[in-house]
Design a protein. Structure first.
Length: 410
Protein backbone atom coordinates (compact mmCIF):
# COMPACT_ATOMS: atom_id res chain seq x y z
CA UNK A 1 0.00 0.00 0.00
CA UNK A 2 1.40 3.41 -0.98
CA UNK A 3 2.52 5.58 1.93
CA UNK A 4 3.81 9.11 2.40
CA UNK A 5 7.51 9.12 3.26
CA UNK A 6 9.62 12.09 4.32
CA UNK A 7 13.28 11.51 3.48
CA UNK A 8 15.82 13.63 5.32
CA UNK A 9 19.25 13.61 3.66
CA UNK A 10 22.12 14.78 5.84
CA UNK A 11 25.75 15.41 4.87
CA UNK A 12 28.11 12.62 3.89
CA UNK A 13 29.49 10.85 0.86
CA UNK A 14 26.68 8.26 1.21
CA UNK A 15 24.18 10.96 0.22
CA UNK A 16 24.45 9.74 -3.38
CA UNK A 17 22.69 6.52 -2.30
CA UNK A 18 19.69 8.59 -1.22
CA UNK A 19 18.94 9.33 -4.87
CA UNK A 20 18.59 5.61 -5.59
CA UNK A 21 16.48 5.27 -2.43
CA UNK A 22 14.06 7.92 -3.73
CA UNK A 23 13.79 6.18 -7.09
CA UNK A 24 13.14 2.75 -5.62
CA UNK A 25 10.62 3.98 -3.08
CA UNK A 26 8.66 5.64 -5.85
CA UNK A 27 8.82 2.45 -7.92
CA UNK A 28 7.07 0.73 -5.02
CA UNK A 29 4.28 3.31 -5.12
CA UNK A 30 5.31 5.50 -2.18
CA UNK A 31 5.11 9.29 -2.30
CA UNK A 32 8.48 10.77 -1.26
CA UNK A 33 9.17 14.31 -0.09
CA UNK A 34 12.76 15.34 0.52
CA UNK A 35 14.54 17.59 3.00
CA UNK A 36 18.27 18.23 2.57
CA UNK A 37 20.62 19.71 5.13
CA UNK A 38 23.09 22.34 3.89
CA UNK A 39 25.88 19.75 4.22
CA UNK A 40 23.95 17.31 2.01
CA UNK A 41 23.97 19.97 -0.72
CA UNK A 42 27.75 19.69 -0.84
CA UNK A 43 27.43 16.09 -2.11
CA UNK A 44 24.24 16.00 -4.22
CA UNK A 45 22.08 18.72 -5.75
CA UNK A 46 18.51 19.58 -4.73
CA UNK A 47 17.63 19.48 -8.43
CA UNK A 48 18.52 15.76 -8.63
CA UNK A 49 16.39 14.93 -5.60
CA UNK A 50 13.50 17.04 -6.91
CA UNK A 51 13.59 15.37 -10.33
CA UNK A 52 13.47 11.90 -8.79
CA UNK A 53 10.85 12.65 -6.11
CA UNK A 54 8.59 14.83 -8.25
CA UNK A 55 8.39 17.42 -5.45
CA UNK A 56 10.24 20.56 -4.43
CA UNK A 57 13.16 19.84 -2.11
CA UNK A 58 13.08 21.68 1.21
CA UNK A 59 16.10 22.99 3.06
CA UNK A 60 15.36 26.36 4.68
CA UNK A 61 13.78 26.53 8.13
CA UNK A 62 12.74 30.15 7.74
CA UNK A 63 11.04 30.18 4.35
CA UNK A 64 8.55 33.05 4.24
CA UNK A 65 6.10 31.30 1.92
CA UNK A 66 6.26 27.90 3.60
CA UNK A 67 6.23 29.11 7.20
CA UNK A 68 3.12 31.18 6.56
CA UNK A 69 1.41 27.77 6.53
CA UNK A 70 3.70 26.23 9.20
CA UNK A 71 5.43 24.26 6.48
CA UNK A 72 7.97 22.55 8.72
CA UNK A 73 5.17 21.19 10.90
CA UNK A 74 3.11 20.00 7.94
CA UNK A 75 6.05 18.21 6.32
CA UNK A 76 6.53 15.90 9.28
CA UNK A 77 2.88 15.57 10.32
CA UNK A 78 1.71 14.44 6.88
CA UNK A 79 4.32 11.65 6.66
CA UNK A 80 3.59 8.02 7.51
CA UNK A 81 7.32 7.48 8.10
CA UNK A 82 10.43 9.61 8.31
CA UNK A 83 13.66 8.13 6.94
CA UNK A 84 17.00 9.79 7.69
CA UNK A 85 19.49 8.50 5.13
CA UNK A 86 22.31 9.06 5.47
CA UNK A 87 22.02 9.93 9.14
CA UNK A 88 25.13 11.85 10.19
CA UNK A 89 26.57 11.87 13.70
CA UNK A 90 25.75 15.57 13.90
CA UNK A 91 22.05 15.23 13.02
CA UNK A 92 21.57 12.24 15.33
CA UNK A 93 23.20 14.20 18.16
CA UNK A 94 20.79 17.08 17.59
CA UNK A 95 17.79 14.76 17.53
CA UNK A 96 18.90 12.90 20.66
CA UNK A 97 19.31 16.17 22.58
CA UNK A 98 16.15 17.79 21.24
CA UNK A 99 17.92 20.60 19.39
CA UNK A 100 16.07 22.36 16.56
CA UNK A 101 18.30 24.90 14.85
CA UNK A 102 17.72 23.89 11.23
CA UNK A 103 14.88 22.41 9.20
CA UNK A 104 15.93 18.75 9.54
CA UNK A 105 16.35 18.81 13.32
CA UNK A 106 13.14 20.84 13.75
CA UNK A 107 11.17 18.29 11.75
CA UNK A 108 12.48 15.47 13.91
CA UNK A 109 11.28 17.11 17.11
CA UNK A 110 7.99 18.52 15.76
CA UNK A 111 6.39 15.15 15.06
CA UNK A 112 5.13 11.91 16.55
CA UNK A 113 5.76 10.06 13.27
CA UNK A 114 8.10 7.08 13.55
CA UNK A 115 11.68 7.60 12.38
CA UNK A 116 14.10 5.19 10.69
CA UNK A 117 17.78 6.18 10.82
CA UNK A 118 20.35 4.81 8.37
CA UNK A 119 23.64 6.01 9.90
CA UNK A 120 26.72 6.68 7.79
CA UNK A 121 30.00 7.99 9.16
CA UNK A 122 33.64 7.23 9.84
CA UNK A 123 34.14 4.09 11.92
CA UNK A 124 35.69 6.03 14.81
CA UNK A 125 32.78 8.44 14.84
CA UNK A 126 30.31 5.54 14.94
CA UNK A 127 32.17 3.85 17.82
CA UNK A 128 32.68 7.04 19.82
CA UNK A 129 30.92 6.95 23.23
CA UNK A 130 29.00 10.13 22.44
CA UNK A 131 27.49 8.57 19.30
CA UNK A 132 26.69 5.38 21.18
CA UNK A 133 24.87 7.42 23.86
CA UNK A 134 22.92 9.34 21.22
CA UNK A 135 21.87 6.18 19.40
CA UNK A 136 20.74 4.60 22.67
CA UNK A 137 18.69 7.70 23.49
CA UNK A 138 17.04 7.74 20.08
CA UNK A 139 16.11 4.07 20.46
CA UNK A 140 14.59 4.83 23.86
CA UNK A 141 12.61 7.64 22.26
CA UNK A 142 11.12 5.19 19.75
CA UNK A 143 13.41 5.45 16.73
CA UNK A 144 14.50 2.46 14.64
CA UNK A 145 17.85 1.88 12.95
CA UNK A 146 19.06 0.01 9.89
CA UNK A 147 22.81 -0.48 9.63
CA UNK A 148 25.46 0.71 9.55
CA UNK A 149 27.26 -2.05 7.68
CA UNK A 150 30.90 -3.07 7.89
CA UNK A 151 33.07 -2.18 4.92
CA UNK A 152 35.65 0.07 3.37
CA UNK A 153 35.16 3.80 3.97
CA UNK A 154 35.74 6.64 1.54
CA UNK A 155 38.39 7.82 4.01
CA UNK A 156 40.29 4.55 3.53
CA UNK A 157 39.40 2.96 6.88
CA UNK A 158 37.45 -0.28 7.34
CA UNK A 159 34.76 -1.16 9.86
CA UNK A 160 31.17 -0.33 10.85
CA UNK A 161 29.97 2.96 9.43
CA UNK A 162 28.86 2.31 5.84
CA UNK A 163 25.24 3.23 5.20
CA UNK A 164 22.98 0.20 4.77
CA UNK A 165 22.23 -0.72 1.17
CA UNK A 166 19.05 0.66 -0.35
CA UNK A 167 17.11 -2.67 -0.43
CA UNK A 168 17.78 -3.14 3.30
CA UNK A 169 16.54 0.38 4.06
CA UNK A 170 13.36 -0.21 2.05
CA UNK A 171 12.73 -3.56 3.78
CA UNK A 172 13.14 -1.95 7.21
CA UNK A 173 10.91 0.98 6.23
CA UNK A 174 8.09 -1.19 4.92
CA UNK A 175 8.25 -3.42 8.01
CA UNK A 176 7.80 -0.31 10.16
CA UNK A 177 4.91 0.90 8.02
CA UNK A 178 3.11 -2.36 8.77
CA UNK A 179 3.20 -1.57 12.48
CA UNK A 180 1.62 1.87 12.53
CA UNK A 181 3.08 5.28 11.81
CA UNK A 182 2.83 7.02 15.19
CA UNK A 183 4.54 6.72 18.55
CA UNK A 184 2.85 7.64 21.81
CA UNK A 185 4.02 10.97 23.20
CA UNK A 186 3.67 11.86 26.90
CA UNK A 187 0.82 14.29 27.30
CA UNK A 188 -0.59 13.61 23.85
CA UNK A 189 -4.31 13.92 23.28
CA UNK A 190 -6.36 11.23 24.97
CA UNK A 191 -7.72 8.57 22.64
CA UNK A 192 -10.96 6.60 22.94
CA UNK A 193 -9.15 3.85 24.89
CA UNK A 194 -7.37 6.10 27.40
CA UNK A 195 -6.94 4.34 30.77
CA UNK A 196 -8.00 1.03 29.21
CA UNK A 197 -5.90 -2.14 29.17
CA UNK A 198 -5.93 -4.17 25.96
CA UNK A 199 -4.40 -7.66 25.79
CA UNK A 200 -3.68 -9.04 22.31
CA UNK A 201 -2.31 -12.40 21.22
CA UNK A 202 -0.43 -12.49 17.94
CA UNK A 203 1.59 -14.72 15.63
CA UNK A 204 1.80 -18.52 15.50
CA UNK A 205 2.65 -20.98 18.23
CA UNK A 206 5.46 -23.52 17.88
CA UNK A 207 4.71 -26.97 19.28
CA UNK A 208 7.95 -28.99 19.59
CA UNK A 209 8.33 -32.45 18.07
CA UNK A 210 11.95 -32.66 19.16
CA UNK A 211 14.64 -30.01 19.89
CA UNK A 212 14.87 -29.22 16.15
CA UNK A 213 11.38 -29.67 14.66
CA UNK A 214 7.99 -28.24 15.57
CA UNK A 215 4.35 -27.98 14.46
CA UNK A 216 3.43 -24.45 13.37
CA UNK A 217 1.49 -22.48 10.78
CA UNK A 218 2.04 -19.68 8.28
CA UNK A 219 0.89 -16.77 10.46
CA UNK A 220 3.22 -13.75 10.23
CA UNK A 221 1.68 -11.90 13.18
CA UNK A 222 1.15 -8.77 11.08
CA UNK A 223 -2.53 -8.38 11.92
CA UNK A 224 -2.02 -8.94 15.65
CA UNK A 225 0.92 -6.54 15.80
CA UNK A 226 -1.06 -3.96 13.79
CA UNK A 227 -3.85 -4.27 16.36
CA UNK A 228 -1.34 -3.59 19.14
CA UNK A 229 -0.14 -0.45 17.36
CA UNK A 230 -3.72 0.72 16.78
CA UNK A 231 -4.69 0.11 20.41
CA UNK A 232 -1.70 2.10 21.58
CA UNK A 233 -2.53 4.93 19.16
CA UNK A 234 -6.05 4.94 20.65
CA UNK A 235 -4.53 5.63 24.08
CA UNK A 236 -4.65 2.14 25.60
CA UNK A 237 -2.08 0.41 27.73
CA UNK A 238 -1.24 -2.61 25.59
CA UNK A 239 0.09 -6.06 26.41
CA UNK A 240 1.11 -8.02 23.31
CA UNK A 241 1.49 -11.77 23.82
CA UNK A 242 3.38 -12.91 20.77
CA UNK A 243 4.42 -16.24 19.39
CA UNK A 244 7.62 -16.39 17.30
CA UNK A 245 7.56 -13.77 14.51
CA UNK A 246 10.07 -11.72 12.52
CA UNK A 247 8.28 -8.47 13.44
CA UNK A 248 9.47 -5.69 15.72
CA UNK A 249 6.74 -4.94 18.29
CA UNK A 250 5.37 -1.39 18.40
CA UNK A 251 7.45 0.90 20.61
CA UNK A 252 6.05 1.26 24.12
CA UNK A 253 3.94 -1.91 24.06
CA UNK A 254 4.55 -4.46 26.82
CA UNK A 255 5.52 -7.73 25.14
CA UNK A 256 5.31 -11.26 26.53
CA UNK A 257 7.15 -13.60 24.15
CA UNK A 258 5.94 -17.21 24.10
CA UNK A 259 6.33 -20.30 21.93
CA UNK A 260 3.67 -22.88 22.73
CA UNK A 261 -0.09 -22.65 23.18
CA UNK A 262 0.30 -23.61 26.82
CA UNK A 263 2.82 -20.83 27.31
CA UNK A 264 0.42 -18.41 25.63
CA UNK A 265 -2.48 -19.36 27.89
CA UNK A 266 -0.33 -18.87 30.98
CA UNK A 267 0.82 -15.47 29.70
CA UNK A 268 -2.79 -14.41 29.07
CA UNK A 269 -3.72 -15.06 32.70
CA UNK A 270 -0.61 -13.20 33.85
CA UNK A 271 -1.60 -10.20 31.70
CA UNK A 272 -5.18 -10.01 32.99
CA UNK A 273 -7.21 -8.12 34.13
CA UNK A 274 -8.00 -6.28 30.92
CA UNK A 275 -10.81 -4.26 29.41
CA UNK A 276 -10.43 -5.91 25.99
CA UNK A 277 -8.95 -9.29 25.15
CA UNK A 278 -8.24 -9.98 21.46
CA UNK A 279 -7.22 -13.50 20.44
CA UNK A 280 -5.59 -12.76 17.08
CA UNK A 281 -2.89 -15.44 17.33
CA UNK A 282 -3.06 -18.52 15.12
CA UNK A 283 -2.74 -21.06 17.91
CA UNK A 284 -1.88 -24.63 16.98
CA UNK A 285 -4.77 -26.98 17.77
CA UNK A 286 -2.53 -29.83 18.91
CA UNK A 287 0.84 -30.55 20.47
CA UNK A 288 2.90 -33.71 20.55
CA UNK A 289 2.20 -35.73 23.68
CA UNK A 290 5.83 -36.73 24.18
CA UNK A 291 8.28 -34.45 22.39
CA UNK A 292 11.65 -36.09 21.77
CA UNK A 293 14.53 -35.04 23.98
CA UNK A 294 16.93 -35.55 21.07
CA UNK A 295 16.57 -35.10 17.34
CA UNK A 296 14.52 -37.93 15.91
CA UNK A 297 16.40 -40.01 13.33
CA UNK A 298 15.30 -41.96 10.32
CA UNK A 299 15.28 -45.70 10.92
CA UNK A 300 14.37 -49.03 9.45
CA UNK A 301 11.05 -48.92 11.30
CA UNK A 302 9.84 -45.96 9.26
CA UNK A 303 8.71 -42.54 10.48
CA UNK A 304 8.01 -42.11 14.21
CA UNK A 305 4.42 -42.30 15.39
CA UNK A 306 3.48 -38.94 16.88
CA UNK A 307 0.60 -38.90 19.33
CA UNK A 308 -1.14 -35.53 19.23
CA UNK A 309 -2.92 -34.00 22.21
CA UNK A 310 -5.39 -31.11 21.96
CA UNK A 311 -4.07 -27.75 23.09
CA UNK A 312 -5.97 -25.61 25.60
CA UNK A 313 -8.64 -23.38 24.10
CA UNK A 314 -7.37 -19.92 25.01
CA UNK A 315 -10.30 -17.92 23.61
CA UNK A 316 -12.98 -20.11 25.19
CA UNK A 317 -11.25 -20.18 28.58
CA UNK A 318 -11.00 -16.37 28.73
CA UNK A 319 -14.59 -15.94 27.54
CA UNK A 320 -15.85 -18.35 30.21
CA UNK A 321 -14.19 -16.63 33.18
CA UNK A 322 -16.59 -16.02 36.07
CA UNK A 323 -14.48 -13.37 37.74
CA UNK A 324 -12.32 -10.84 35.96
CA UNK A 325 -13.67 -11.53 32.48
CA UNK A 326 -12.63 -8.71 30.13
CA UNK A 327 -15.43 -6.39 29.08
CA UNK A 328 -14.91 -7.45 25.47
CA UNK A 329 -13.54 -10.81 24.37
CA UNK A 330 -12.75 -10.90 20.65
CA UNK A 331 -11.73 -13.94 18.63
CA UNK A 332 -10.39 -14.44 15.12
CA UNK A 333 -11.48 -17.21 12.76
CA UNK A 334 -9.00 -18.07 10.01
CA UNK A 335 -10.93 -20.19 7.53
CA UNK A 336 -10.33 -21.62 4.05
CA UNK A 337 -14.01 -22.27 3.20
CA UNK A 338 -17.50 -21.25 4.36
CA UNK A 339 -15.86 -18.37 6.22
CA UNK A 340 -19.00 -16.71 7.57
CA UNK A 341 -20.72 -20.00 8.50
CA UNK A 342 -17.68 -21.24 10.38
CA UNK A 343 -17.27 -17.83 12.02
CA UNK A 344 -20.86 -17.87 13.30
CA UNK A 345 -20.40 -21.37 14.69
CA UNK A 346 -17.19 -20.33 16.42
CA UNK A 347 -18.90 -17.32 18.02
CA UNK A 348 -21.50 -19.58 19.59
CA UNK A 349 -19.03 -22.32 20.52
CA UNK A 350 -16.46 -20.05 22.17
CA UNK A 351 -18.83 -17.78 24.06
CA UNK A 352 -16.96 -14.63 23.03
CA UNK A 353 -18.49 -11.27 22.14
CA UNK A 354 -17.32 -11.01 18.56
CA UNK A 355 -15.52 -13.03 15.89
CA UNK A 356 -13.38 -11.48 13.17
CA UNK A 357 -13.47 -14.06 10.38
CA UNK A 358 -11.22 -14.02 7.33
CA UNK A 359 -10.36 -16.19 4.36
CA UNK A 360 -6.80 -17.56 4.65
CA UNK A 361 -6.90 -19.94 1.70
CA UNK A 362 -3.71 -19.87 -0.40
CA UNK A 363 -5.45 -17.89 -3.13
CA UNK A 364 -6.38 -15.11 -0.67
CA UNK A 365 -2.78 -14.12 0.10
CA UNK A 366 -3.84 -13.07 3.60
CA UNK A 367 -1.57 -15.42 5.58
CA UNK A 368 1.74 -13.56 5.65
CA UNK A 369 0.40 -10.83 3.35
CA UNK A 370 -0.05 -7.10 3.90
CA UNK A 371 -3.83 -6.82 3.48
CA UNK A 372 -6.91 -8.51 4.83
CA UNK A 373 -10.64 -8.80 4.17
CA UNK A 374 -12.65 -9.48 7.31
CA UNK A 375 -16.20 -10.28 8.37
CA UNK A 376 -17.17 -8.84 11.76
CA UNK A 377 -19.55 -11.36 13.30
CA UNK A 378 -21.59 -10.75 16.45
CA UNK A 379 -25.07 -11.51 17.75
CA UNK A 380 -26.17 -8.35 15.92
CA UNK A 381 -25.25 -9.84 12.53
CA UNK A 382 -22.41 -9.84 10.01
CA UNK A 383 -20.57 -6.81 8.66
CA UNK A 384 -18.31 -7.67 5.70
CA UNK A 385 -15.49 -5.22 5.01
CA UNK A 386 -13.62 -4.65 1.74
CA UNK A 387 -10.00 -5.70 1.44
CA UNK A 388 -7.81 -3.23 3.35
CA UNK A 389 -4.24 -2.87 4.50
CA UNK A 390 -3.87 -4.72 7.81
CA UNK A 391 -3.00 -1.50 9.63
CA UNK A 392 -6.26 0.05 8.40
CA UNK A 393 -8.19 -3.07 9.42
CA UNK A 394 -6.63 -2.71 12.88
CA UNK A 395 -7.48 0.98 13.14
CA UNK A 396 -11.13 0.40 12.18
CA UNK A 397 -11.48 -2.58 14.48
CA UNK A 398 -10.05 -0.65 17.42
CA UNK A 399 -12.51 2.19 16.82
CA UNK A 400 -15.33 -0.38 16.77
CA UNK A 401 -14.12 -2.05 19.98
CA UNK A 402 -13.78 1.31 21.74
CA UNK A 403 -17.37 2.20 20.80
CA UNK A 404 -18.65 -1.19 22.00
CA UNK A 405 -16.84 -0.78 25.30
CA UNK A 406 -18.17 2.75 25.71
CA UNK A 407 -21.73 1.50 25.17
CA UNK A 408 -21.30 -0.96 28.05
CA UNK A 409 -20.80 1.80 30.60
CA UNK A 410 -23.83 2.32 32.84
Amino acid sequence: MAQNILLIISGGIAAYKALDLIRRLRERGHDVRVVMTPAAGEFITPLSAAALSGHEVHGALFSLTEEAAMGHIELSRSADLIIVAPASADLMAKAAQGLANDLASTLLIATDTRVLYAPAMNVRMWLHPATRRNVAQLRTDGANFVGPDDGAMACGEFGPGRMAEVPAIIAAAEAMLQQGSKIALPGSAAGPLKDRHVVITSGPTFEPIDPVRYIANRSSGRQGHALAAAAQAAGARVTLISGPTALTPPQGVHVLAVETARDMLAACHIALPADIFIAAAAVADWHVAHAGGHKLKKGADGPPQLKLVENPDILASIAAMDEGRPGLVIGFAAETEQVIAHGKAKLQRKGCDMIIANDVSPASGVMGGESNSVHVISTEGVDSWPRLDKSEVARRLMALFAAKLRDQRP
